[in-house]
Design a protein around this ligand. Structure first.
Ligand SMILES: NC(=O)C1=CN([C@@H]2O[C@H](COP(=O)(O)OP(=O)(O)OC[C@H]3O[C@@H](n4cnc5c(N)ncnc54)[C@H](OP(=O)(O)O)[C@@H]3O)[C@@H](O)[C@H]2O)C=CC1
Ligand SMILES: Nc1nc(=O)c2c([nH]1)NC[C@@H]1CN(c3ccc(C(=O)N[C@@H](CCC(=O)O)C(=O)O)cc3)C=[N+]21
Length: 188
């Protein structure tokens, strides 16, 4: 498997099974945290959002977004529920959330009436939908119906211009951390 073949010290995506394993274990620290999940929690922390004691609902359970972002939120003392494609009545579960992380890969799945008034909504989705007014014939929308949901949410991230740039920033940070770690070892 390719992920296993990557040196854990150079795993700047944070996808190596050892790094994922450490992320999910109490008392262990991964060398790298996956970029998109870290981008989501960084947005929350830097916006002064309280995570501890809050109810968070993550929509999606993929290896690269849903599952690791749920692990990070648990580490930050949120109470976390994961909703996936087999979950009955996802809207009623999302409606209980103080913090919603939308990572289903379904264009505008999450409507305004799924959101608890004042909730914090982080939209990870990047879904192409056809739009003949665009040069490329499509535009990118999130997993949340932004124009409606913004009226209900306390905070909401747009797509584009939200989580995507944070993913890139976290990848750069992981890369710099990796280089620093290597240099500090070779000079020791
Ligand atoms: N902005 C960024 O930096 C990044 C954005 N993305 C975007 O985030 C989205 C998710 O990516 P990724 O996690 O890789 O996608 P995957 O397709 O790997 O996973 C999607 C997850 O959502 C669940 N799901 C699908 N449909 C529904 C539904 N109707 N209700 C509830 N859950 C549902 C699936 O459930 P099940 O497990 O049952 O199939 C699955 O767990 C995509 O739009 C992707 O482009 C991804 C990475 C980075
Ligand atoms: N191993 C792996 N690593 C990844 O990091 C990874 C992956 N696989 N698979 C696919 C997803 C998708 N992804 C995005 C990153 C940034 C933007 C981003 O910055 N988007 C801009 C818009 C850019 C534009 O408009 O062209 C924005 O949201 O503002 C989007 C999507 C990383 N992914």
């Amino acid at each position: 498997m390719i992920l296993n073949a990557i040196s854990i010290e150079k795993d700047v995506d944070g996808f190596h099974p050892l790094n994922i394993g450490k992320l999910s274990m109490k008392g262990r620290e991964p060398l790298f945290v996956p970029c998109t999940p870290k981008g989501c929690t960084e947005l929350l922390v830097r916006s002064g959002i309280t995570i501890a004691k809050k109810r968070a609902v993550v929509v999606g359970r993929s290896n690269i977004v849903g599952m690791p972002v749920a692990m990070l939120l648990i580490k930050l003392d949120a109470t976390v529920t994961i909703v996936h494609s087999h979950t009955p009545n996802p809207e009623s579960i999302v409606k209980e959330a103080d913090i919603v992380i939308a990572a289903a890969g379904q264009a505008q799945l999450i409507k305004a009436d799924w959101i608890k008034p004042g909730a914090v909504v982080i939209d990870v989705g990047t879904n192409p939908v056809s739009d003949s007014s665009k040069k490329l014939g499509y535009k990118i929308v999130g997993d949340v119906h932004f124009e409606e949901a913004r009226k209900v949410a306390g905070w909401i991230t747009p797509v584009p211009g939200g989580v995507g740039p944070m993913t890139i920033a976290m990848l750069l940070r992981n890369t710099v951390d990796s280089a620093k770690r290597t240099l500090s070892k070779s000079s020791a």
